[in-house]
Ligand binder design. Structure first.
Ligand code: HEM
Length: 251
């Protein structure tokens, strides 16, 4: 996402953002099963950011990247958000997807995440920054998230998003099932489950297990398993950072 550009945030834009927030809230509250994939959409639009090249990031370009295998299934979330875009057409896709991610966390019981509007859409762009591979090791996680400009704490906190949702065999061959007992409740159970080891019926990717094996990651994972308040505070900070990669949000 070009750093210098901001979408114009005037009174009408703010009005449409607030309308979109209300509609997303109502729609997701009444259709909670969409919350996990909507959160994943927000991550995959933002997670292509390259802090050196200043390319990718939350710019709405994921609409053009649906054939990229890690984005399997995300079309459901794109279509879900489209009904909100139709009602509030001024809102950029870039803002809409990040706002939807914020609301998905909120309606499932997670922390409040501050949202600043003004992300421009990148027309027709396809971002090249790779998303994480669930079979990767610690070095892979660091390669991907450091490229975005995020750190070890962000990696662990953001992995707690797997408190929501599940793996689907047809999207991620070899993995099928939820990560936690209640995949529609955002809490610290991802870390509690991680500490317990393998539980029949629950999925852990190699990239989840790495958070236990790597001492620098493990200190955060242990803390979040013990203290949900700390997890919520750190998670909110990290998702805000993720949602603002390459975006010079006005303060
Ligand atoms: C740390 C590296 C990560 C890896 C390797 C990873 C990988 C995956 C994979 C393979 C799936 C299963 C997709 C499917 O089969 O449908 C998944 C699901 C999910 N991921 Fe991640 N992810 C990572 C981090 C994140 C982050 C940072 C977020 C959000 C902030 C996130 C949010 C989700 C959600 C909510 C789901 C459930 C989607 C659903 O139920 O359809 N993940 N992730």
């Amino acid at each position: 996402m070009a750093n210098a550009q901001l979408h114009i945030v005037d009174c009408e834009y703010l009005k449409q953002i607030e309308g979109a927030r209300r509609d997303l809230h109502d729609l997701l509250l009444n259709n909670k099963q969409f919350a996990p994939i909507v959160l994943r959409l927000a991550f995959h639009d933002a997670g292509t950011y390259d802090a050196n090249a200043k390319t990718g990031g939350p710019n709405g370009s994921i609409r053009n990247e649906l054939s990229n295998p890690p984005n399997n299934g995300i079309k459901n979330a794109i279509d879900f958000c489209e009904q909100v875009k139709t009602k509030h057409p001024k809102v950029t896709y870039a803002d809409l997807y990040q706002l939807a991610g914020v609301v998905a966390v909120q309606v499932t019981g997670g922390p409040f995440i501050p949202f600043i509007p003004g992300r421009p859409d990148a027309p027709d762009q396809q971002d090249s920054g790779a998303l994480p591979n669930p079979n990767g090791d610690g070095q892979h996680l660091r390669d991907i998230f450091y490229r975005m400009g995020l750190n070890d704490k962000d990696i662990v906190a953001l992995s707690g998003a797997h408190s929501l949702g599940r793996a689907h065999q047809d999207r991620t061959p070899g993995f099928d099932g939820p990560f936690t007992e209640d995949p529609l409740k955002f809490d610290n159970s991802y870390f509690v489950e991680l500490m317990k080891g393998d539980t029949p019926g629950l999925v852990k990717f190699p990239t989840d297990k790495v958070l236990l094996e790597d001492p620098a990651f493990r200190q955060f994972a242990e803390l979040y398993a013990k203290d949900e308040k700390v997890f919520f505070a750190d998670y909110a900070q990290s998702q805000k950072k993720l949602s603002e990669l390459g975006f010079n949000a006005p303060r």
